[in-house]
Design a protein around this ligand. Structure first.
Ligand code: FES
Length: 147
C-alpha cells in the first residue's frame, strides 16, 4: 500500500462509518414514526360517563369528535377531507378554519372546498372507556352502545 492509498483509507473509512450511523438513525426514526401512526392503533379517548346524553364532544388532541345519541356513541374524524386541517366543532356542526369548509353535525359536507363528508372512525367501549381506532376510515357510521 502506498502513501496515497493509505491516506485515502484513513479518511474514507471513518466517513463511511459516520454516514452509516446517520442512515441507521434516520431509518430507526422512520420505523418508530410508522408504528405510531399504524392503522391498528387504538386510543383511549375518555370515560363513557363523562359524555353527555345528546350532543357532540370534540377531542382535538386525538383528532376525533364523539357523537352521542342517547345510548349510541359514534366517532367522527376531525381531519378535514380537503387538505387535512383540524376542523372545529361549532354549534351547527364543524367548520374548517383553513379554507372554510362547513360540515353538519353528522359530518356531512355542507360547503367546500371539501368535496366529501368527514370520515367515521371505528369506536368501541371497553371497561367504561371510549376507544377509537386512528388511521382507519369507515364509509358509514359505526354506532356502539354505552353498555
Ligand atoms: Fe379544510 Fe381546506 S383543509 S377546507
Amino acid at each position: 500500500m502506498n502513501r496515497r492509498q493509505w491516506l485515502f483509507r484513513a479518511i474514507s473509512m471513518p466517513a463511511l462509518a459516520v454516514a452509516g450511523a446517520a442512515l441507521g438513525g434516520i431509518f430507526a426514526q422512520v420505523w418508530l414514526a410508522a408504528g405510531r401512526f399504524s392503522s391498528r392503533h387504538w386510543s383511549d379517548v375518555t370515560a363513557v360517563d363523562s359524555l353527555p346524553e345528546q350532543g357532540t364532544s370534540a377531542f382535538p388532541g386525538q383528532r376525533v369528535a364523539l357523537l352521542c345519541r342517547g345510548e349510541d356513541i359514534g366517532a367522527l374524524s376531525l381531519e378535514c377531507p380537503h387538505l387535512g386541517c383540524l376542523v372545529n366543532a361549532v354549534d351547527q356542526g364543524f367548520f374548517c378554519p383553513c379554507h372554510g369548509s362547513e360540515f353538519a353535525s353528522s359530518g356531512k359536507v355542507l360547503s367546500g372546498p371539501a368535496s366529501r363528508d368527514l370520515d367515521w372512525l371505528p369506536v368501541r367501549i371497553q371497561n367504561g372507556r371510549v376507544w377509537i381506532q386512528g388511521g382507519t376510515r369507515l364509509d358509514s357510521p359505526l354506532w356502539v352502545k354505552r353498555g
